[in-house]
Ligand binder design. Structure first.
Ligand code: 5CA
Length: 447
């Protein structure tokens, strides 16, 4: 992409309505524009990151054996009357009436709809286990939408639903989700800690929220500091193996880590030595639930088991806040000059800055670099505008591409360009070929 042809409406001034860094930076970097309270348009740069995050979520879900699909945003109220949640959900639900006077709603979540799909098509235990998921826009009429995409009214969620014959099978699905979530967040450069939480309107007793520690987080959390030393890393996992998945759950959830809803002072003090007790704030980027037959029973989602009995299926649901993740990633990765994207989610892999647009040698070198980067399978953003170098650097720093190649007539006389890391600020002089090879190698390990 050439910046002269792109749509990147960066803001010079800091928008006064934004209270936290991620919201400010997303507005300043031209990633989003508010359409109305808690509802945003995704401008091209923001949309790119959103798509990258979705892609990682898809890949990790499918590795775990979960099946992608897509359900609509508008749902019939009748389904929600069957589960009893139409009245119970309250004013967060946006209710709509069509021209036939039928009650619809803009889905805040999809337990009812997926249960209806399941009961229409699945009748034997032989078809289980099954986990279906989608990535779709949700609407919750939050009392206080704020912090940009962090607490929106319309937001993008990955929501997955498991259908299992027994409690044990359903807990295996729960554990698979826990593992796949750990991997998903790590690929985005985030540490998200599973913490015992409250299930709220989704229901059920077993639930964990995944929290990214951040001062600006909306949740208060209490945890044993040892937990922050755990990473899933590059290890292999066999998702079919109950033991392996259960072992990961135990490893990541045996230490004290709870949100304020489930926190108990006396237990915290008993279980964690004082020097390891931490009280902090966090951003909830996902939640997993086991709720058994809460929906399958009232809605008649049963299968015939191997004895010929009709039994309601055990279910759980598992969500990732896809659009919220942009905010969480930026909260965890920025400095005074702007965003610092982790390689896994960056909107472009490398920025090319031409210090002297119109200089024949510089223009030619940039074109060649651009083509070489594309040939290496990466996406460059080439700042080919006739701007001052300082302005070009400021834009690159603001939008946060992890790597920048700077090309100027002076360096070219010696056959070199400059490769700069956004995170460390360190630069090195390399030939254009070496610079492309190095960037390609970095991404080969990160994508
Ligand atoms: N049906 C279940 C799991 S699929 C469910 O709805 N879970 S949830 O309510 O916890 O939402 C899943 C994730 O969506 C949350 O962990 C959070 O990351 C994200 N989320 C929830 N509300 C909002 C909101 N108003 N704005 C942005 N993201 C949100």
């Amino acid at each position: 992409m050439r910046l002269s042809r792109y749509f990147l409406p960066v803001l010079k001034e800091t928008p006064s309505e934004a209270q936290i860094a991620s919201h400010r930076l997303m507005l300043r970097a031209g990633m989003i524009k508010q359409a109305s309270a808690g509802i945003y348009s995704w401008l091209p740069l923001g949309y790119r990151v959103l798509r990258r995050i979705e892609q990682i979520v898809h890949e990790e879900q499918q590795k775990a054996g979960h099946i992608p699909m897509l359900m609509p945003t508008l749902q019939s109220a009748d389904l929600w009357r069957e589960s009893g949640r139409y009245d119970a959900y309250g004013p967060e639900m946006l209710r709509v009436r069509d021209r036939q006077d039928r009650d619809l709603l803009y889905g805040p979540t999809n337990e009812e709809m997926i249960t209806d799909i399941f009961r229409s098509h699945v009748s034997s235990y032989r078809e289980l286990p099954m986990t279906l998921y989608h990535i779709q826009w949700k609407f919750r009429d939050e009392v206080r939408p704020r912090f940009g995409v962090m607490r929106g009214r319309e937001f993008l969620m990955k929501d997955g639903y498991n259908f299992d014959l027994t409690y044990e099978d359903a807990m295996h699905a729960y554990n698979r989700h826990l593992v796949s979530y750990l991997r998903t967040y790590e690929r985005m450069g985030l540490q998200a800690i599973p913490m015992r939480a409250e299930s709220g309107p989704i229901g059920g007793d077993d639930t964990h929220e995944f929290l990214v520690l951040a001062e600006t987080g909306e949740s208060e959390v209490f945890y044993d500091s040892e937990i922050t030393e755990l990473t899933f890393g590059e290890r292999k996992i066999d998702y079919e193996s109950r033991e392996e998945c259960q072992a990961v759950l135990e490893e990541f959830t045996s230490r004290y880590a709870r949100t304020d809803d489930t926190h108990v002072d006396t237990e915290f003090e008993e279980q964690v030595p004082e020097e390891r007790r931490r009280r902090a704030r966090g951003i909830e980027v996902g939640q997993i639930f086991y709720f058994g037959t809460k929906y399958s029973e009232p809605m008649g989602a049963t299968v015939v088991d191997d004895q010929g009995n009709h039994v309601p299926v055990h279910m759980g649901s598992h969500g990732i806040g896809v659009s919220r993740l942009l905010g969480a990633i930026i909260e965890a990765n920025h400095d005074d000059n702007g965003i610092i994207w982790p390689e896994g989610v960056t909107p472009f892999h490398v920025g090319i800055v031409n210090l002297k647009q119109g200089d024949e040698a510089a223009d030619l070198a940039c074109e060649q670099l651009y083509n070489a980067v594309v040939e290496a399978g990466l996406e460059p953003l080439y700042d080919d505008r006739s701007e001052r170098a300082g302005a070009k650097f400021a834009t690159m720093d603001l939008i946060g591409l992890p790597w920048r190649i700077t090309v100027g007539p002076r360096g070219l006389k010696n056959g070199v360009v400059e490769l700069t890391s956004r995170r460390t600020g360190e630069s090195e002089e390399l030939t254009p070929d070496q610079a492309v090879t190095k960037v390609a190698q970095i991404y080969a390990g990160k994508l």
